[in-house]
Design a protein around this ligand. Sequence first.
Ligand code: FE2
Length: 364
Amino acid sequence: MAQDFLPINGTDHIEFYVGNAKQSALFYQYAFGFQLVAYAGPETGVRDRASYVLRQNKITLVLTTSLQPDSEIADHVKKHGDGVKVLALWVDDATKSFQETTLRGAEPAFPPKVLKDEFGEVTVSAIKTYGETIHAFVERKKYNGPFLPGYKPRTSGVNIEPIGLKYVDHCVGNVELGKMNTWVDFYEKVMGFSLLVTFDDKDISTEYSALMSKVVSNGNGYIKFPINEPAQGKKKSQIEEYLDFYRGAGVQHIAIATDDIIHTVGELRKRGVEFLYVPETYYEDVMERVGSINESLEELKKLNILIDRDEEGYLLQIFTKPIQDRPTVFFEIIERNGAKSFGKGNFKALFESIEREQALRGNL
Ligand code: FE2
């Protein structure tokens, strides 16, 4: 096998550009159990922005807002609303990652730069992907600070209990009609990923709307990026609704893994996080479809958690409603018990649920 020209250790962090980072940071602390670990802003010598860094186990989220009306961040928020700007990948060599990918056709976002502070140094570079989203490459082997040079350690006055969110399982992109294969090619050729699965409109369609999806993954499988595009249906696809409101391609959902979905989702619900609703009828024949599982069906039903099985095991999953007012980005909570797939058996029930929400918004 050819040598992996882009070895990746995992997801480094996910940065959102938001309208009000201070309030968003509290939302992720209170509702999702993240801990504030670092901050950059006027108090730390950064004049144009404020960024809050939140962590739970291996997941690091950064919430950044502009302090000025005319900036790249403010423009991004004006156009897209709150959304994901950076899907950052943890690498051993950010310079080589940039060279190898740009050599293969990646558009640079910024060339390698070395950032230093009292905790050491980090090299960061970045390339562009779909929409205005970028992939940063972060090399942090000479660093032991809380996040990146320039960020100061910061804790919150409130003591937040983690709720079992462990790591980023996959991040999904929505791209324009006809662009799915372009971006699959990009991940294959430019980043050395390979195609894992394809879903076409026969797998993923309801009476009304449809989508197509392909999943690409890096060599060690730590990074999985499903790419969706709208497909022709009787009414507006959920992907089109996203593209209309996000004003282009972007991150649709971030799936976060837990070892105890009943505990995690119970906590999220208690804290006010809203999930897509799947009717009780879903549970009538689900056991026939998935066979025996370790969890109590009653508890899963009470929390509205979905179940699917593949050749290797089963998985439990649930999807939040959009986490901002535009019907754009949302989260998935997933517990894998051997299954490496994405819940294909739940697509129909889920999409019907999404369509009910779309109809309520007047967008179906
Ligand atoms: Fe997903």
